[in-house]
Ligand binder design. Structure first.
Ligand code: DHB
Ligand code: FE
Length: 283
């Protein structure tokens, strides 16, 4: 059977993609950011996942205001990089896994989660920047990727608790897939950031650390955080962190913290990164 063995949580700041694509990765501003992923690149190269379920949010690239699905599962064979205004990023097309994604859709919907099935979708920085951070610049991404887009752009976003429960439903879906596949789930976005208005640039290091601590423990404190606390404490875009709870919900209650990285500033945000392995998993 297929198995979710670990989660990778990581911010998806678009300026990271621009820095990488424009050859600025060794600039003094960007080098500490990319250095923070040296361990992670080695870890994932050794782990060799067959499939990544990549939880992210679209930033009005694939879905504009006409359609705003709360949870949208990418079931297409491939997902091209989106043109976000400067042309598509020069990164490989994402190769999906339509058979497994359709199985997940069936399992999760019959488990009473209302997923939108997406058979054509361009993927923006929310999905491509985490891949760049974890894999650098290969000719092809090293495994199949199933995108799961979550609405955190237009109020109301899903609650953290619903995200957690979706993680559990995803796990049941993966574990009922008959092929032996090693699956890693990515939760992207965050950490504290507010991009507009008088509070633009807001960073709350203490709150971010408490969130990381909770995920590295059993996640129960993080799971109960209400929408308004994210907005008040971490800025309006800090709400992206609910996506980390989908990834955490998909793991065992007990996990091993493999790696943590937290860096300020990164564009307008605090960059956060946490790798967790299931306690039940041994390589
Ligand atoms: C920015 C945009 C994002 O979507 C994000 O998650 C972080 C930062 C930005 O424009 O700086
Ligand atoms: Fe974002």
């Amino acid at each position: 059977m297929a198995n979710i063995v670990a989660s990778v949580n990581v911010s998806h700041v678009p300026a990271i993609g621009a820095a990488w694509d424009n050859g600025k990765k060794n600039d003094p501003y960007w080098q500490p950011v990319f250095d923070g992923f040296d361990f992670s690149k080695k870890w994932i190269a050794e782990l060799k996942p067959d499939v990544i379920i990549l939880v992210y949010n679209d930033h009005a690239s694939a879905f504009d205001a006409t359609i705003i699905p709360t949870f949208a599962l990418g079931c297409a064979p491939e997902f091209p990089p989106a043109d976000e205004g400067w042309g598509p990023r020069p990164v490989p097309t994402v190769i999906g896994h339509p058979v497994m994604a359709s199985h997940i859709a069936q399992s999760v919907i019959l488990d009473e989660f209302d997923l939108t099935i997406i058979n054509r979708m361009d993927v923006d920085h929310g999905l491509t920047v985490p891949l760049t951070l974890m894999f650098g610049q290969p000719a092809e991404w090293p495994c199949r990727i199933i995108p799961l887009a979550v609405n955190v752009v237009q109020f109301p976003p899903p609650t953290g608790n619903r995200c957690w429960n979706l993680g559990k439903a995803l796990r049941r879906a993966v574990e009922s897939y008959p092929e032996d596949l090693r699956v890693v789930i990515f939760g992207t976005g965050g950490m504290s950031h507010q991009l507009q208005g008088p509070r633009a640039g807001l960073i709350n290091k203490e709150w971010d650390q408490q969130f990381l601590d909770s995920l590295a423990a059993d996640g129960q404190t993080a799971r109960a955080i209400p929408f308004i606390e994210y907005v008040r404490e971490t800025g309006s875009e800090g709400i992206e962190m609910v996506m980390w709870l989908i990834a955490r919900g998909a793991l065992d209650d007990k996990v091993r913290e493999v790696y943590r990285f937290y860096h300020v500033p990164c564009s307008n945000t605090a960059l956060g990164h946490l790798i967790l392995e299931n306690a039940s998993f041994s390589k």
